[in-house]
Design a binder for this molecule. Structure first.
Ligand code: SF4
Length: 562
């Protein structure tokens, strides 16, 4: 884990003290809500439908058990006893009182956390592969890179007022679990011909009202030049990005309007001049700083285990529920004898991404005891125990079961991403949460879910796409149609390294028609697949959308034929 130094600690505490004074002035009426708005936004505080909402950064989704316990304490003391983990690896509190916010921020600072740059037109929380440092397929742990970017971008004076918000994601694995192609900048760790690690830089991806798949702007940037290259991109964007129209202000529009070649030329010119100037002191990271960061992410002291663990084998053979959980929720670790555990925050009937204070505390205890004190938050709104010895898996499973966190559905149809939607969000046009709950309920039979296999359903309550519906195998977008909630369905989206935007099938559905529509898609898939190994996405890629369209909108002929 990265630990704050003296400077970091003093800086975050000073920010809280300043904000405390601003809150006092808002409460006394010395500041109007309009005057207060830019001040609260700089501290991650939104005004939602019913209350203020605080968005807390979890840099690259990494948490310690102490931090998780503090998040639980905050949920219990100042909120309604739960928090909501988001698709950008943050946690949001939906019900804090304005007067309590400085105390909450102080409590976060006590465990080296904050809410700076979780809103506003600046570089937002840097996200990363949630299996970082543990995955068997990893080239290198991406978190030192993400931490370096965090330090460079926090309060960067030149990039505090960009045309729009700016999101960066980093993956250290060729199998992209960080959705890099849907970010303003995506960084994929690669090696050059000499075996040196560096980054492929992807630019201009994003979802929202204009979904765009990011494109490679440079095949390889050496590690030492990364910050200079990022600075060059941000300078070009800051200078040329549109400020006249909020909906055309993201870098994806700039890249499209200028063309990739022109954009690249501008970046390369800026980059060359930065290199000529020696990069400036902030752009060539001090080797001592890099060494300190890398040391903070040194692998924990793994034990050496034999490949075969008799206790694990017995539990797996004798406990079908445990075996099913291992199959769906435990991924391969790079060290033999260990597994990566996904803790599903998607129990049937639960709100996707929500965790109660009690659940957070159990997860913190398990991390401390069985996962080298490490936790991760995934963009799929689940929690991860990255380093669990196989011999401990049965114990961990039993403890999770006690608090309804052992649902064996990671990657399956019940593992639905859903944004807060109309239940909380001021921008929403429809509800997301009840739709997710209805679908999960309908497909609650674990055997049926296993038969369906890998299935990513993603739901957004408006065109802003926080639920990533464009890249869902099945995407659901809630809209308002003449005062009624209406849900458009897309299929064939893909959020991995082969990122693809799903195709819309036709007219939208009323809320009570969504589950039957999903059932028709699933039945069509099961009828068409060539074997259990052929996933929904593979069938869509093989057959196209036509059979699914027919299933959703049968004409008289197709209905008669069926
Ligand atoms: S997608 Fe829309 S409704 Fe959902 S959280 Fe984002 S802004 Fe709110």
């Amino acid at each position: 884990m990265y630990e704050y130094d003296q400077f970091d600690r003093a800086y975050v505490k000073a920010r809280v003290a300043t904000f405390r004074d601003q809150v006092a002035r808002r409460i006394s009426g010395a500041l109007t809500e309009d005057e207060f708005k830019p001040l609260r936004l700089q501290n991650g505080i939104y005004l939602q439908l019913h209350a203020y909402m605080l968005r807390v950064a979890i840099p690259y989704g990494t948490l310690s058990s102490a931090q998780m316990r503090q998040l639980a304490m905050i949920a219990e003391r100042w909120d309604k006893g739960y928090g909501h983990f988001t698709t950008r690896q943050n946690i949001q509190y939906n019900w804090p009182k304005l007067a309590d916010l400085p105390d909450i921020l102080d409590a976060l600072a006590d465990v080296e956390m904050h809410a700076i740059q979780t809103s506003g037109n600046c570089i937002r929380n840097v996200t990363a592969d949630h299996f970082a440092g543990a995955a068997a397929d990893e080239i290198e742990d991406p978190r030192p890179t993400a931490e370096l970017i965090r330090q460079w971008s926090t309060d960067h004076p030149e990039f505090a007022f960009l045309p729009r918000k700016f999101k960066i994601a980093v993956t250290g694995s060729p199998n992209d679990r960080a959705v890099t192609k849907a970010h303003d900048i995506g960084l994929r760790m690669v090696r050059d011909d000499a075996g040196e690690p560096g980054y492929e830089v992807i630019v201009g991806g994003g979802l929202g009202r204009t979904p765009v798949v990011g494109v490679v702007v440079r095949d390889f940037v050496p590690k030492v030049q990364l910050l200079a290259y990022l600075e060059a991109i941000l300078r070009v964007y800051n200078l040329h990005g549109r400020r006249d129209n909020k909906y055309k202000a993201r870098i994806k529009i700039l890249v499209k309007e200028e063309g990739l070649d022109t954009f690249r030329e501008q970046v390369e010119t800026e980059f060359a001049s930065l290199l000529e100037l020696g990069g400036g002191p902030s752009l060539v990271p001090d080797p001592a700083v890099v060494a300190r960061i890398e040391a903070a992410f040194a692998p924990p002291a793994f034990e050496e285990f034999a490949q075969h663990d008799a206790d694990f084998a017995t539990a797996y053979a004798e406990n079908a529920e445990f075996a099913a959980w291992c199959d769906s929720n435990v991924a391969q670790h790079r060290v033999p004898g260990y597994g990566i555990v996904t803790i599903s925050l998607k129990a049937v009937g639960a709100i996707p991404g929500d965790a109660s204070a009690d659940q957070m505390r159990v997860v913190a205890d398990l991390a401390e005891r069985y996962s080298h004190d490490e936790l991760r938050v995934s963009h799929e709104q689940n929690l991860i125990l990255p380093h669990v010895a196989r011999r401990d898996l049965a114990t961990v499973h039993a403890a999770l079961r006690e608090v309804e966190l052992a649902t064996a559905n990671a990657g399956q149809i019940g593992d639905i991403i859903a944004c807060p939607g109309l239940d909380y969000c001021a921008l929403a046009t429809a509800r997301s949460i009840p739709i997710a709950q209805d679908i999960a309920q309908h497909f609650a039979d674990p055997a049926y879910a296993r038969t369906i296999g890998e299935m990513k359903i993603k739901i957004s309550g408006c065109i802003n796409s926080c639920g990533h519906h464009h890249v869902g195998h099945i995407g659901i977008l809630g809209l308002d149609r003449a005062g009624r909630e209406n849900y458009q369905i897309t299929i064939g989206g893909d959020h991995t390294e082969t990122l693809k935007i799903g195709e819309r099938l036709g007219r939208g559905f009323d809320a009570d028609e969504v589950v039957p529509a999903i059932e028709r898609l699933v039945t069509t898939y099961l009828d068409a697949r060539e074997g259990p190994g052929e996933t929904f996405l593979k069938v869509v890629n093989r057959l196209g959308t036509a059979p699914f369209k027919d299933a959703l909108y049968p004409t008289k002929e197709t209905a008669d034929a069926a």
